[in-house]
Design a protein around this ligand. Sequence first.
Ligand code: ADP
Ligand code: MG
Length: 345
Amino acid sequence: MHWPRRIEFKLKANKMDLRRIGEFGLIHRIRKWTDASGPDLIQGIGDDVAVVEMGSKALLVTTDILIEGIHFHPSWMDPYSLGRKSLAVNLSDIASMGGIPKYYLVSIGLPKNLPLSFISSFYRGLKQEAKRFRVQLVGGDTSLSQKIIVNICLLGEGEKKNLLFRKGARVGDDLFVSGKLGDAALGLKLLQKKSKIKGSEGLIKKHLFPCPRVELGQALARDHVATAMIDVSDGLLIDTSHLIEESGVGALIWEDRIPLSRLYRKWVRSFLKDPFQFALSGGEDYELLFTASSDRREEMTSLTRMFKIPITRIGKILPKNEGFRLIKKDGKEDLPSPLGFEHFK
Ligand code: ADP
Ligand code: MG
C-alpha cells in the first residue's frame, strides 16, 4: 500500500514499540484495557497470583512461562532441572500470598526432533517437585513449536482473611527478605560461561533448583505477621518497587544489610565490579520480600529458627513522597537504572 508521505511520517513518528514501554509498561496497559471486576474477584492483574472468593476460602491462580533461549538454554539446563524449576517458580508465587498450592496444568511447545527422553526427564523433574510440595498434575496442552516452551498454571487455596498482597505495606513498617540474594544470578553467569570452578557448584544449584518458601509464606500470613508480600523473581529492587507501588508508599533499603552467602562473597568479584549488583538486580532468587510492623521483630527471630531460613531486616517503608531510596555501603544514595530484569527493555 502507498501511504501519502505525510501519513507515512506520522506513522513512523508515533511508532511505539515494546522496547519503549517494557514488560511492566505493557502489563500496566493490559490492566487498563481489560479492567476486570466482579463480586467474587478479590485480586486481578497486579499481584503474584489472581484471587477469587470461594466462600470463606479463596481460589489462587498463577501462571508462568519459560522459553528456550530467553529463560534457559538446553546447553546448560537439563530437562530434569527444567521440570523442577518450571513448577518451583509458580510455587513461589503462591508462597508469596501465604497460600497452599494444590493442582497444576502444564502446556508444552516442542520441536519435532526432540528426543522422547528429554520429555520423560522433564516430567520426572516436575513429579519430584510436585511430590515435595504435595501438588498434582491435572491437565495441560501440547503443541509443535520451533523452540521449547513450558507454561504452568498452578491452582491453590488460602484463607481469605489471611492472604497477603503486594498492597498492604504501611509507613513505618520494616522491610524483610528471606534467604540470601544474588546466588541464582551468579550461578547463571557460571552456567553461561560454562565455568567449572571447583567449589562454586552451590551457586549453580541455586539457579537450577530455586527453593520456593511455601511454608514460611503460610506462617507469615497465618497471624498477619506480615502486612504485604511479594516473591523476588526479577530482582530485589524492581520487586520492591512493585510492592511499594501497589501499596502507595515509599521505601528505603540499606545495601550493607542485604544478605549475601559465603559462596556469593567468594566468587562475585570474578564477575562484577559492584559486588552488590546481582543481589540488588540479578533476579531469580525466589525469596520472600515482605513488610511487617516493627513490633513483630521478635517473631522473625523465631520464624528464622523454626524454618532454618534467614530472615533479614533490610529497610523500612517511607511515605510515598519520599520515594524509593537505596543507601549504598559508602553512605551515599544511589538507585541504579534499570532496577532489575524487564523483558523487551
Ligand atoms: P510475577 O513476576 O509474580 O510472575 P508478573 O510481573 O509476571 O508477576 O506479572 C504481574 C501481574 O501482571 C500479574 O498479576 C500477572 O498475572 C499479570 N500479567 C502478566 N502478563 C500478563 C498478560 N499478558 N495479560 C494479563 N495479565 C498479565
Ligand atoms: Mg511473583
